[in-house]
Design a binder for this molecule. Structure first.
Ligand SMILES: Cc1ncc(C[n+]2csc(CCOP(=O)(O)OP(=O)(O)O)c2C)c(N)n1
Ligand SMILES: [Mg+2]
Length: 365
């Protein structure tokens, strides 16, 4: 079994912290292991150029401003249904998607707006779909990202948690049969990782040697259920051993750590056909969706995670590496926010589809 990243497993003491050299496909990472989670103060990946760092940062800011604008629109009664923000998840979403080649397939979940942008999706196209307008990719029947855009190899989420994994495995199986060297990346939450299809999908991928990279975004909660009532193993990546996959658990608020781990996993999976399970540890910084006031989450927990806000963390890296000044970042943020709000104004002025359009996507003539 090839190793992408192998976190030590079993017998960890609570609150255990130790320094380690973690082997990756691209070298050795010197990082701390805190309770089995690979962490770093601010990981600087040797696989990235400064230009790429700026791209990562831009996508994270874009995702953050998209969420803030959508939340504002929801509160104004201009967005309806569920507004599922990914605030807190930007590093995980952008860093992982950035690790894929253009020809690889991307199967995001509901907190991966940053990944859609990273794959080159246009803001207006996204808003048309998220605001369910006539002529949008899902022809007005959606209010989030359930679309598929074959041109960008983005296959938006199947609502039923767990079902994306066999779908993504099937995609790479078909690609393999066609002789293509394609990798698929898909996501699941800490809650969705407890479904039967999680097991069936990843087991199929491992047995068939399908190059699938599965990111478990452990944001501490599945709706109002905390990790403690979801699973009893120590780390979700510990399951990799049982399936015959490679695995690691990483701090999902450090974008370069996420990128490097995923890049190594993608290239190793492409070479060997051994799937990877990467648990990316983050925090859902808002309710499940905007209708949920998340009063069941202890305030101290939010305060602690706020200190590790992924956008703030990378802002510090940008400034300390002299890639941007604080003023430049502020004006970038402001112009992104203005663009988002202007685009929302433009899209909400457009019509919804006629009601009978909805039926056309359900039945085939
Ligand atoms: C099989 C299934 N059960 C329940 C739901 C309803 N549902 C949608 S998202 C969600 C919470 C998922 O939590 P998690 O997997 O941790 O992802 P998160 O929302 O935290 O990112 C639930 C219960 C669903 N879509 N599919
Ligand atoms: Mg969750």
């Amino acid at each position: 079994m090839a190793t992408v990243l192998q976190a030590p497993r079993g017998g960890r003491a609570k609150d255990e912290t130790k320094s380690s050299n973690v082997k990756t496909g691209g070298g050795t990472l010197k990082n701390n292991l805190v309770n089995g989670i690979i962490t770093s103060k601010a990981h600087l990946s040797s696989l990235l150029t400064d230009e790429e760092r700026k791209q990562l940062f831009f996508r994270m800011l874009q995702a953050r401003e998209f969420d803030l604008a959508m939340i504002r629109a929801y509160k104004q009664g201009r967005a309806f249904g569920g507004v599922y923000s990914q605030i807190g998840n930007e590093a995980s979403s952008v860093g992982s998607a950035f690790a894929l080649a253009a020809d690889d397939a991307y199967f995001p979940m509901h907190r991966n707006v940053g990944g859609h942008f990273t794959r080159g999706q246009e803001l207006r196209t996204m808003l048309m779909n998220f605001l369910a307008r006539d002529g949008s990719m899902m022809r007005g029947t959606d209010g989030t990202g359930h679309y598929a855009d074959v041109s960008k190899k983005v296959f938006g989420n199947v609502s039923h948690l767990g079902s994306m994994i066999p779908v993504a495995a099937g995609y790479v199986m078909a690609a393999k049969m066609r002789g293509e060297n394609t990798v698929a990346m898909t996501y699941i939450g800490d809650g969705g990782a407890q479904t039967g299809e999680f097991h069936e999908g990843i087991n199929l991928a491992a047995v068939q040697r399908l190059p699938l990279v599965l990111i478990i975004e452990n944001n501490q909660y599945a709706y109002s259920s905390p990790n403690s009532v979801e699973f009893a193993c120590e780390r979700l990546s510990d399951r990799a051993l049982g399936y015959g996959c490679t695995g690691a658990t990483i701090d999902g608020t450090d974008v370069e750590l996420v990128y490097e781990t995923c890049k190594n996993a993608v290239e190793a999976a492409r070479k060997t056909g051994v799937p990877a399970i990467i648990e990316s540890v983050t925090m859902r910084m808002r309710g499940h969706a905007e209708h949920d006031d998340f009063s069941y989450v202890p305030g101290t927990m939010i305060d602690e995670w706020q200190q590790r806000d992924p956008v703030d963390r990378y802002t510090q890296v940008m400034i300390s590496r002299h890639l941007y000044t604080a003023e430049e970042i502020e004006s970038l943020r402001k112009s992104l926010s203005e663009d988002m709000n202007a685009a929302i104004d433009e899209v909400v002025a457009l019509p919804f589809p006629a009601p009978e359009e909805g039926r056309k996507l359900v039945f085939v003539d």
